[in-house]
Design a protein around this ligand. Sequence first.
Ligand code: TYD
Length: 202
Amino acid sequence: MMRGRFISLEGLDGAGKSTHLAFIEGRLRGRGVDLLTTREPGGTPLGEALRGLLLSRGMVADTELLLMYAARVEHVQSVIEPALAAGRWVLSDRFHDASYAYQCGGRGITRARLAALEEWALQGFAPDLTLLLDVPAELAAERRAQARAADRFEAEDLEFFRRVRDAYLERAGLNPQRIRVIDATRAPAEIQTDVARLLDSL
Ligand code: TYD
């Protein structure tokens, strides 16, 4: 049995993840890929319960990171890894790079502490490909303003999202093979041309 591929999609709230997630699903299914689409935090019954807490309830930054990771470990061991082992592909709306961006960049947890947790929890497990939809914090905020009511993260200020974006780009610089940065300020059709090319290389 050929092991499946694991793809994650990342970007600021308002970068256009939902639109492009649907495109990616269509592209892969069109190729005959047996695809499981999932999200973080979430992806399991326990993870979805933790998501409810994470998006609504105030907590200190370390708790936020640990709950993100509790949901992630549950997700990897009970859903993602078994699917990949069975030859299915997995597409996740966010994965561990979001913790680097939001909890380190946004909340100020040190990279060293995150690295220790990441190694303990994931033991080297990572996506085969990560698509980072990159937009400036200002543009993401404008797009969010036209959408639904803000959750606990989306209610953060521009400075928070500037730090999140910088941390995503820093992480991409450290993992240039895995993380592909896509200029998501452009028209959807142009973005999708790039996304299609990257997917077809998998
Ligand atoms: P998001 O995919 O934006 O959900 P939705 O599109 O429904 O709003 O994810 C929810 C939030 O969780 C988002 O603001 C980023 C945050 N988040 C972290 O802070 N760290 C993480 O590790 C993950 C996975 C998400």
